[in-house]
Design a protein around this ligand. Structure first.
Ligand SMILES: Nc1nc2c(c(=O)[nH]1)N[C@@H](CN(C=O)c1ccc(C(=O)N[C@@H](CCC(=O)O)C(=O)O)cc1)CN2
Length: 286
């Protein structure tokens, strides 16, 4: 068996088309949605991701608001930028690109984002809303995974899903999303303390790996026909000395799985599309 690839890039393009229509409808009401980004320092990876977010904005008609600070910016300077974005009516949502330089208090910075403008959906208030089942912006990566599976008609209701990884950005909120009544999946959340990981993944209909451990999930760890989602993205240096990104799913899995969300071209593009969706939704709410 060779798995069907679930194409996050094509699906994200489809979502961007839909967003363009919604942005035009907003323009008729005199509203231009605006996404802000806060980048501290000059890490090339972070710069590339922020540039990508602004390219996405331009593609769908969202206004870009860029704030850039030097790597040695003080906590106060960063907090001042957040206060400005919180007060700016043209900014419907914004993100602080992570990771921040080590001398900054990341938790405090993230807590200063106005929860109503939290385009990443990671503010403690919004994660709390997710726990309670209240409406609010959803974390982009978990939302992107659920949306991709939905658009490919992967049945979630009643499915046994194993999520590997308990991080606050992906694993934990994903478990919450998948167990909502609307998704209705049965979720096992595995992590570094899980004994005999393979006994869990082998019993699953869907395995979602967000552990940040290259090649963690191998073909012998899944049941034939299972749906596998690779959320891992780790930078490794090859024998040629060149850097590249690798996922958490070993290349042999494609021969056993029924469907595979690959890395690259799977979850990453969906995450970007969900960021735009959060901003457009916020603008639609007025
Ligand atoms: N505030 C945030 N910071 C960070 C986030 C985030 O969601 N919010 N996530 C990552 C970086 N990131 C977006 O910021 C991001 C990473 C990777 C991709 C992506 O599309 N990856 C490609 C593969 C890699 C490549 O070709 O460059 C893929 O999966 O196809 C998008 C966004 C950390 N910081």
């Amino acid at each position: 068996m060779t798995a069907t690839l679930l194409d996050g890039k094509a699906t994200a393009a489809e979502i961007k088309d839909e967003l363009r229509t919604r942005v035009k409808a907003l323009a008729e009401r005199g509203i231009t949605p605006g996404l802000g980004t806060v980048l501290v320092g000059a890490d090339p990876g972070s710069q590339a991701y922020v540039n990508g977010k602004h390219r996405d904005c331009a593609e769908v008609g969202i206004a870009s608001i860029r704030r850039e600070l030097p790597a040695d910016a003080t906590q106060e300077q960063v907090e001042q930028v957040l206060a400005e974005l919180n007060a700016d009516p043209a900014c419907h949502g914004y993100i602080v690109q992570l990771p921040l330089p080590g001398h900054l208090d990341t938790q405090r910075v993230l807590e200063l984002i106005d929860p109503a403008k939290d385009a990443d959906g990671l503010h403690p208030v919004n994660l709390g809303r997710l726990v309670l089942g209240y409406p609010g912006p959803l974390p982009c990566t978990p939302r992107g995974i659920v949306e991709l599976l939905r658009r490919y008609d992967v049945a979630l209701s009643g499915a046994k899903v194993v999520v590997v990884g308990r991080g606050n950005t992906v694993g934990r909120p994903l478990g919450l999303l998948l167990t909502r009544r609307s998704e209705n999946a049965t979720v096992t959340l595995c992590h570094t303390g899980t004994l005999d990981l393979a006994s869990h993944t082998r019993a699953a209909d869907i395995v979602i790996v967000a552990a940040g451990v290259p090649g963690l999930l191998t073909a012998d760890m899944i049941s034939p026909g299972a749906v596998v989602v690779d959320v891992g993205i780790t930078r490794v240096v090859g024998p040629d000395g060149k850097g590249r990104y690798t996922g958490d799913v070993d290349s042999g899995v494609v021969e056993v799985a029924g469907a595979l969300v690959p890395m690259p071209g799977g979850v990453g593009p969906m995450t970007r599309a969900m960021l735009l969706t959060n901003v457009v939704e916020r603008a639609e709410q007025g």
